[in-house]
Design a protein around this ligand. Structure first.
Ligand code: UDP
Length: 410
C-alpha cells in the first residue's frame, strides 16, 4: 500500500491542527534526525516509526531510522530489562549488564551520528549509544515507551546512568516520569488512521479474512490482538472467554505474532495453544509480521475488543480498536487508562471475572456498545492520531534547541 501524503490527513483532523503542523515543519526544514530502536518489525515502536518517518520526510525534515543489532543473548537480557522496568521481578546480574555493554560497543562501532541535528533513541536496548554524544553535534533524547512507574531498582539504576547523559527524556505519560536531571517531555503514542491496519474496510474484505480463519460471522466474537507475551495475559483471556461462554454463546480470537526482539513469544504461544485445545470456538492465530489487513479485519469484526494486559506502556491495540468504533473492555493498567475512560469510551476491568461480566453486558446491550465505540473514536481523533504526535515531536525538536527557555518565540 502506498504511503499516504501528508495532505490526506487534512480531511481526518481539524484544520487548525493541520495548519499548525505545517507551520512548525517550516521552521525545521532540512534538519537531520536519527531515530534508533531495536527492531524493524513487531510491537508498537516499530509500528509507529514505520508510519511517522516518511511523514517527517514529506514535511521537509531529513529523518533516518536505524535499527541496532544484537545476539540472542542480548535480546534475552533486554527482554528481562523490559519486564523489570514494567515492575516484574527479574533476576539480573553483572553478566547481563556485560552482555548489554558488549552489544552497545558493537553497535557504536558501526553507527555514525555525524551530521545529525537530533538523535531520538527508543527504549532501553539502544540506550547505551549515548556514548557517541560527545563526538556528535546533535541534541539527544531518550524515548521510553515502557510503563516505568515502578521499575526494578537494579535495572533502572543501570539504565539511569546512561539516560542522565541525554539532553531530555520522553515518556508516554506523566505517571512514568522518573527522577532525572534533564527536561522530561510527554508524548502519547498514536496510530495512523490511513494505514492498512486502520483504514476503512469493506464488508467483503472483512469477510474474506474471517473465512480464511474459519470464524463464524454470525455469532459474537471477542478479539484480543497482542504479541504472545505473559504481560498481555493470554491465559487470562482464555479464562475470561470461558466464563462468558458459560452464559452467552461466543467465539474468541487471540491473534498475535512475536516481535523479533522477543524470545519468549514461542513459549507463550505453546502454552496458549495447549490451554485452548479442544474448543473449536477459540482461534489462536499466530500472525506473520505485516499482517495489517488481518489485524484490521479481526478488530473490525469483533463484537467486543478485549485487552487483558497485566501491564501496558500504552496499548496501541486499544487505540486501534477505539478508532474503529469498537466497544473495548480493557485492564485498568498503564496507558490504557488514558484511552479507556470508564463508561464513556469503553469499560475498565481489574480481573478475569470483571472482564467476563463486562463482555457479557456489552454482548447483551448493543446500543451501549455502539455509543461507547462512537465516543471512543472521537477521543482517539482528538488525542491519539499520528498527526498529534508529529506536532509534538516538531515542538520537541524546537524545545531541544532552546534549553532552559520556558517561552520560545517562533
Ligand atoms: N500487532 C500486529 N500483529 C500482531 C500483534 C500485534 O500487527 O500479531 C500490532 C498491533 O496491532 C499494535 C502493535 O503491534 O499496532 C502492538 O502495540 P501495543 O502498544 O499494543 O503493544 P506492544 O507490542 O508494543 O507491547
Amino acid at each position: 500500500m502506498a504511503k499516504p501524503k501528508i495532505e490526506e490527513y487534512a480531511r481526518v483532523i481539524r484544520s487548525q491542527n493541520f495548519d499548525e503542523i505545517m507551520m512548525l515543519a517550516d521552521k525545521l526544514a532540512g534538519k537531520r534526525v536519527k531515530m534508533v530502536n531495536a527492531t524493524a518489525v513487531g510491537g508498537g515502536v516499530a509500528e509507529i516509526l514505520t508510519r511517522v518517518v516518511p511523514l517527517y520526510n514529506q514535511l521537509g525534515l531529513k529523518v533516518k531510522w536505524e535499527v541496532i543489532k544484537g545476539t540472542g543473548a542480548f535480546f534475552a537480557v533486554t527482554k528481562n530489562f523490559h519486564n523489570a522496568l514494567h515492575g516484574s521481578k527479574v533476576e539480573i546480574g553483572e553478566k547481563d549488564f556485560a552482555v548489554f555493554n558488549e552489544a552497545t560497543e558493537a553497535n557504536l562501532a558501526e553507527m555514525d551520528f555525524t551530521g545529525d541535528d537530533y538523535v531520538i533513541v527508543h527504549d532501553p536496548q539502544p540506550a547505551g549509544l549515548i556514548a557517541a554524544k560527545e563526538k556528535s553535534q546533535a541534541k539527544w533524547a531518550w524515548r521510553c515507551h515502557i510503563d516505568t512507574a515502578h521499575p526494578q531498582a537494579d535495572v533502572w539504576n543501570f539504565l539511569r546512568q546512561l539516560i542522565v547523559k541525554y539532553d531530555a527524556s520522553i515518556f508516554s505519560t506523566p505517571w512514568f516520569a522518573r527522577d532525572l536531571p534533564h527536561p522530561q517531555y510527554f508524548i502519547y503514542p498514536a496510530i495512523d488512521p490511513l494505514s492498512e491496519k486502520n483504514r476503512n474496510l469493506s464488508r467483503h474484505e472483512i469477510d474474506t479474512v474471517l473465512n480464511k480463519y474459519q470464524i463464524d460471522r454470525n455469532r459474537p466474537l471477542v478479539v484480543q490482538v497482542s504479541r504472545f507475551d505473559r504481560l498481555k495475559d493470554p491465559l487470562g483471556v482464555i479464562e475470561t472467554y470461558r466464563l462468558v461462554k458459560k452464559q452467552v454463546d461466543c467465539q474468541l480470537v487471540l491473534a498475535g505474532g512475536a516481535a523479533a526482539d522477543d524470545p519468549e513469544g514461542v513459549q507463550v504461544l505453546n502454552e496458549v495453544t495447549e490451554a485452548a485445545k479442544g474448543d473449536p470456538d477459540i482461534h489462536i492465530l499466530a500472525l506473520p509480521p505485516f499482517a495489517d489487513l488481518e489485524v484490521n479485519a479481526l478488530q473490525r469484526a469483533a463484537t467486543v475488543v478485549l485487552q487483558k494486559s497485566l501491564r501496558e506502556g500504552f496499548g496501541l491495540t486499544v487505540t486501534e480498536a477505539l478508532w474503529k468504533g469498537k466497544p473495548v473492555v480493557a485492564s485498568a493498567v498503564g496507558g490504557i487508562t488514558l484511552q479507556v475512560i470508564h463508561n464513556f469510551t469503553g469499560l475498565l476491568v481489574h480481573s478475569v471475572e470483571g472482564a467476563a461480566y463486562q463482555i457479557r453486558y456489552l454482548i447483551g446491550n448493543p446500543q451501549v456498545a455502539k455509543k461507547l465505540g462512537e465516543y471512543g473514536r472521537e477521543h482517539v481523533r482528538e488525542k491519539f492520531l499520528i498527526t498529534r504526535k508529529l506536532r509534538n515531536y516538531l515542538l520537541l525538536f524546537i524545545a531541544l534547541d532552546h534549553p532552559g527557555q520556558d517561552i520560545i518565540k517562533l
